[in-house]
Design a binder for this molecule. Structure first.
Ligand code: FES
Length: 109
């Protein structure tokens, strides 16, 4: 495991995602902001397990903590990477993430 700075907090709008290529991984860094204004961060593989679309270009469903693939509409659980809706059936990889100051830092294999 290695810790890698992925982006700045300000690079990711609330309830959205950005694609980050880091340490050989293609990742979606996701920021979910709840009603109290608290941020929750997730890092999930960006390449959809169904047909390789970029999840970072999809919709973040903040209340459900899911991200929807922009190509065929599969949704994935941000916490676990589990595929919730077809056509995707295989999970996405997910990675630990934390924020230090303005840095979003992922723990990557
Ligand atoms: S490419 Fe993501 S659901 Fe098909």
């Amino acid at each position: 495991m290695s810790e890698v700075r992925l982006c700045s907090v300000s690079d990711v709008e609330p309830n959205s995602a950005v694609r980050v290529d880091a340490a050989g991984h293609r990742l979606a860094v996701v920021r979910v902001t709840d009603g109290d204004g608290a941020d929750h961060w997730y890092v999930i593989d960006d390449r959809c397990s169904h047909a390789e679309a970029s999840l970072a270009e999809g919709v973040v469903w903040a209340d459900d903590r899911e991200i929807e693939c922009p190509r065929h509409g599969s949704t994935f659980e941000l916490e676990t990477g589990r595929a919730i809706t077809l056509p995707a059936t295989r999970p996405q990889g997910v990675y630990a993430v934390r924020v230090e100051g303005d840095d979003v830092i992922g723990e990557l294999p």
